[in-house]
Design a protein around this ligand. Structure first.
Ligand code: ZN
Length: 196
């Protein structure tokens, strides 16, 4: 049985996936979103929401949909999804974002830093981060183009499974932004890696 590992509340985690392996991401308590960043193991290819929109033709991804790299190779396929709603538009929350949007003056835990330090653990030092796949994050695009946050649809124990289509370095972050977590304080997530 796959070992369950923790993404601490407002923290991150680093992992490697071999091609064909499956990553299950689990919302332990319900209503908690997270960020997934994927690089090829050599760090040369990065997750790309733009290429994913090119080849998938849609912004709401679920079972059967592929997450593509900036070099137009499939990185991950969603093979199971108990939640059915995720975001691939928003950048990872960052210290600057908390300062500009919320007037936070001191340090605030943020997905950008969590993802960067997890990638460093895997030997990858990107100049900048592309848009993360914001799993469980529920954002509506309104007819006039505005974006509207809604509470995540995930309940305690819900999960999704992604299959690696190449060898990958993956960073996860349990997002500390209450805006995308239905106003709730940060809670943990967990994940399991299973074979082919
Ligand atoms: Zn975040």
């Amino acid at each position: 049985m796959a070992k369950r590992q923790l993404v601490p509340a407002a923290g991150g985690a680093a992992l490697r996936l071999a091609r064909g392996e499956h990553l299950r991401i689990i919302d332990l308590e319900g209503g908690q979103t997270g960020d997934l960043m994927a690089f090829s193991q050599d760090g040369r290819e990065r997750l790309s929401n733009g290429r994913t929109f090119d080849y998938g033709g849609k912004i709401y991804l679920s079972t059967g949909d592929v997450l593509w790299s900036d070099r137009s190779n499939p990185m991950l396929t969603i093979v199971e999804d108990q939640v059915g709603r995720h975001d691939f538009l928003y950048s990872p929350c960052s210290l600057e974002m908390y300062r500009i949007q919320y007037g936070v003056t001191g340090y605030h835990a943020n997905c950008h830093d969590n993802l960067l330090s997890a990638l460093r653990e895997l030997g990858i030092e990107p100049d900048s981060l592309p848009t993360a796949f914001n799993f469980f994050m529920n954002v509506d695009v309104l007819p006039d183009g505005h974006l509207k946050f809604a509470p995540p649809k995930c309940r305690a124990g819900d999960s999704m499974v992604l299959r690696a289509e190449m060898d990958l370095a993956i960073a996860l972050s349990a997002c500390p932004a209450s805006t995308c977590n239905g106003g709730a304080p940060p809670r943990p997530l967990s994940f399991e890696i299973a074979g082919t």
